[in-house]
Design a protein around this ligand. Structure first.
Ligand SMILES: Cc1ncc(COP(=O)(O)O)c(C=O)c1O
Length: 400
């Protein structure tokens, strides 16, 4: 296995690294430090800390990037999901279909909108919400209360938005995107965030476009909804001290917007670097004879990649594999100071807080198996080829 690894092209950084972090934000900071500090100083000089010109400018830039008719800056990706759902018409008593395999906020935002999540299992190849299962569920028993479908573009790859678009039209429900992990991703050349009626992005510090704190953005293809979300993020208030509905304080800070504007100019390059790193991982894994085709889980290969749709431009928020003896492998890598993470160790339908839904182990077998097998490997734009090689060599050693 090792000879296959060492025979490929030379590393950009020839010495073997002593450790490989899962994510190292300080490397990126070094490349943009002056720009970021100048942007923060600009906000301090203006003393405009909440919403204001930086947030408005960022909204315009993201709206143009995504091809949306409106973008509304807010306090976090979780807040963005709530805004997206409420603007799409989700209200108390409704239900919303979403994936059983995502970060908690995909489901908790539904609950916060007063609705009930209806969990559906994921596609075994991509681990995105399974459109066939959603369609089957709706054909057999469409809940009368169903208001929306919320696919998550997991790890930076769009869910099958052709299928979800057809389903949303057939059953007359809103299509809302959880694009928290997918800024810059595309489906058939259209940007994530412009594929549903509303969409939520997170700028949490680990994301592909990340703030220096919490921040999020909701985009929409409907100008009327953008206006509604602007009010909702500011106490349901169209005019200061006049309140038409119960909104919330979900506003974005000027400093976060200023930092995000600096980083937005680099996003395309950073996403390209992630794609190159993913290709390097793929090539090294294949060269070492470690991986098998994602659709053949009986091949006996110790590591399986996830399926990639030919219609999706993946931005690799995470590079995730499915690994045999995953927990032992993770420990082995940690001993060699190689970072990894499990996104996610417990599917949403088995979270104790959702026990009121009456779901049990075995109800979402694909999500449950994924939770036992997935492992995210180091992935960030500044990662070096030598580091990727070190990760794959470590994995090869474990299985040798
Ligand atoms: C799929 C998904 N949805 C929603 C969120 C929530 O975003 P935030 O942490 O900015 O509230 C995240 C972020 O972790 C996420 O990964």
């Amino acid at each position: 296995m090792k000879s296959a690894l060492s025979s490929s092209s030379p590393a950009n950084g020839s010495t073997t690294p002593e450790s490989v972090p899962l994510l190292d934000l300080s490397r990126q900071y070094k490349t943009i430090r002056e720009e970021v500090l100048a942007a923060i100083a600009r906000v301090c000089d203006s003393q405009s800390f909440i919403l204001g010109p930086e947030v408005e400018a960022l909204e315009g830039e993201i709206s143009a990037l995504i091809g949306a008719s409106g973008a509304v800056g807010c306090a976090s990706g979780t807040e963005a999901l709530w805004l997206a759902l409420v603007a799409a018409g989700v209200k108390p008593g409704d239900s919303v279909i979403t994936t059983a395999f995502s970060f908690f906020a995909s489901a908790s935002a539904i609950v916060r909108a007063g609705a009930t999540p209806v969990f559906v299992d994921v596609d075994p190849g991509s681990l995105n919400l399974d459109a066939d299962l959603v369609h089957r569920l709706l054909r057999t028993k469409q809940p009368e209360t169903l208001r929306a479908i919320l696919p998550v573009h997991l790890y930076g790859q769009c869910a099958d938005m052709d299928a979800f678009d057809r389903i949303a039209q057939e059953f007359e429900v809103a299509l809302v995107e959880d694009a928290a992990q997918a800024i810059g991703a595309e489906w058939r050349g259209r940007s994530a965030g412009s594929l549903g009626i509303t969409a939520a992005f997170s700028f949490y510090p680990t994301k592909n476009l990340s703030a220096y704190g919490d921040a999020g953005m909701v985009t929409t293809t409907c100008p009327r909804m953008a206006e509604h979300m602007r009010q909702l993020r500011n106490h349901g208030s169209p005019r200061r001290y006049y309140h038409h509905e119960f909104g919330w304080n979900g506003r974005m800070d000027g400093i976060q917007a200023a930092v995000l504007r600096v980083k937005l100019a680099h996003l395309a390059d950073w996403n390209r670097s992630r794609q190159q790193h993913a290709a390097t991982y793929d090539q090294l894994f294949a060269g070492a004879g470690l991986t098998s085709n994602p659709s053949s889980d009986k091949s006996g290969a110790p590591v399986r990649s996830l399926a990639r749709s030919p219609h999706a431009t993946h931005v690799f928020h995470q590079y995730v594999v499915r690994a045999q003896r995953r927990d032992e492998l993770r420990k082995f890598l940690a001993e060699r100071r190689i970072g990894s993470e499990i996104y996610y160790p417990l599917p949403l339908h088995l979270q104790p807080v959702f026990s009121y839904l009456g779901l049990k182990a075995g109800d979402m077998p694909v999500s449950e198996q994924a939770a036992r097998e997935v492992l995210a490997l180091p992935m960030f734009p500044e990662l070096t080829e030598a580091e990727i090689r070190c990760v794959v060599e470590g994995i090869a050693e474990f299985y040798s």
